[in-house]
Design a protein around this ligand. Structure first.
Ligand code: PGA
Length: 251
């Protein structure tokens, strides 16, 4: 099971360090069945990653990745730093798709490069702008682009985050998430039905907190959550971790 904390650009480097230290104190040596991954901003990746060394169960990820190995790109994290300090990378978050116009091709390109340097992509997909006749058209297009570009033997994670649920305090309807999880797994299965193809874990994200987490983790086809606001304090993030460490929710 995966519990991911997306800190976005919400914390100063001092607060990121304090939060990481508090989580380190409470988590290290416990919760062996949960993949906990923290996504600090680029200025804090090194500090947070050095705190949780390679033996730690808590992993660290970047909030975005390099686009090409030989591309000089102002504003991007360098490939050596990326490979050195990150176990995971978030790609295709809808804030980046909408504000920066990131395309499915760019996201797939970054995912392939991350995989090449041993970083596991967590690729965010969403429900689109709701203007198409087929309500799942945008979601399927995003998925197909990823699946077409990534080698079928590669390991990666998908996070489904409906746009209206991000940062609003109003999560999606679990029944709808269950339905979408079915579509995502079916689409992935059809395109990656190759021997040796690893299972693609699927996460839900959007206004997850300790009160509603069980309604998502208990859904068939959901393997974890991507948490934004509720990952910004040790108290609220630890409340989530404690709740899901109940054996009933460990898948
Ligand atoms: P939220 O953010 O939990 O604050 O809705 C989730 C995300 O954007 O990944």
């Amino acid at each position: 099971m995966y519990i991911l904390g997306n800190w976005k650009n919400s914390l100063s480097s001092e607060d990121s360090k304090k939060l990481a230290e508090a989580l380190h104190t409470h988590i290290n040596g416990r919760y062996h069945d949960i993949n906990i991954v923290l996504f600090p901003d680029d200025t804090s990746i090194e500090t947070v990653s050095l705190l949780f060394d390679s033996a730690s169960m808590v992993k660290v990820g970047a909030q975005d990745g390099p686009l090409g190995s030989n591309t000089t790109l102002t504003g991007s994290i360098s490939l050596p730093n990326f490979g050195k300090f990150c176990d995971y990378v978030l790609l295709g978050h809808s804030e980046r798709r909408m504000l920066l116009g990131e395309t499915d091709e760019m996201i797939a390109q970054k995912a392939a490069l991350a995989i090449d340097v041993g970083v596991i992509p967590v690729i965010c997909v969403n429900n689109g702008d709701g203007t198409k006749i087929d309500p799942y058209f945008d979601l399927k297009a995003q998925l197909e682009s990823i699946l077409d570009h990534i080698d079928s033997k590669s390991e990666f994670v998908i996070a489904y985050e409906p746009i209206d649920a991000i940062g609003t305090g109003i999560p999606a309807d679990p029944e709808e998430v269950k339905n979408i999880a079915g579509i995502i797994h079916e689409t992935s299965f059809i395109s990656r039905n190759v021997k040796g193809s690893p299972y693609i874990p699927l996460l839900y994200g959007g206004s997850v907190n300790d009160k509603n987490i069980k309604s998502f983790l208990s859904l068939e086809g959901i393997d974890g959550v991507l948490v934004g606001n509720a990952s910004l304090t040790a108290d609220s993030f630890l409340r989530i971790i404690k709740k899901v460490s109940d054996p009933k929710y460990l898948k």
